[in-house]
Design a protein around this ligand. Structure first.
Ligand code: MG
Length: 160
């Protein structure tokens, strides 16, 4: 009997001037980016937490503490690659992942396929196993006022 686990991840980062906007491992042209200790890739953070959640292996704050200078300004996509390694070491494989970005602007749909490819590459899975969608909050709340970006991810892991 194979084991199946589900994991969910959620993250929010605020916009700030003078920062790059990196989502799903892809740099997106924007006059501002997200604030954080790392590159603040909110989508990759949500996906990593979903995978670690399904593994019952804590969360990204435990694995990559934001007090550690090693992760300052670092590429979250490289950390996703490390999470993928931990996942395989524990005998898990990614059956499927789906994600959603929540933001008012900029429009990210032109970068959707690039984000899927980049996150699938980092995890060593077919692009078919990683979904990316985007939505707005219709102007409601902090995200709706354009103050930041939220992301959610759900994954299913399998192990023999
Ligand atoms: Mg984060």
């Amino acid at each position: 009997m194979s084991q199946i686990r589900v994991g969910v991840g959620y993250d929010v980062h605020a916009f700030a001037e003078g920062r790059r906007l990196v989502l799903g491992g892809v740099e997106i042209p924007s006059d501002r980016g997200l604030l954080g200790h790392s590159d603040a890739d909110v989508l990759v953070h949500a996906l990593m937490d979903a995978i670690l959640g399904a593994m019952r292996a804590g969360d990204i704050g435990q694995h990559f503490p934001d007090t550690d200078p090693e992760y300052e300004g670092c590429c979250s996509i490289d950390l996703l690659e490390r999470v993928g390694g931990l996942m395989r070491e524990a005998g898990w494989r990614l059956a499927d992942a789906d994600t959603v970005l929540v933001l008012e602007s900029p429009r990210v749909s032109p970068y959707r396929e690039a984000m899927r490819s980049e996150m699938a590459r980092a995890l060593g899975v077919e692009v078919d196993h990683v979904g990316v969608k985007a939505t707005t909050t219709e102007g409601l709340g902090a995200i709706g006022r354009g103050l930041g970006v939220a992301a959610q991810a759900v994954v299913i892991l399998e192990r023999d």
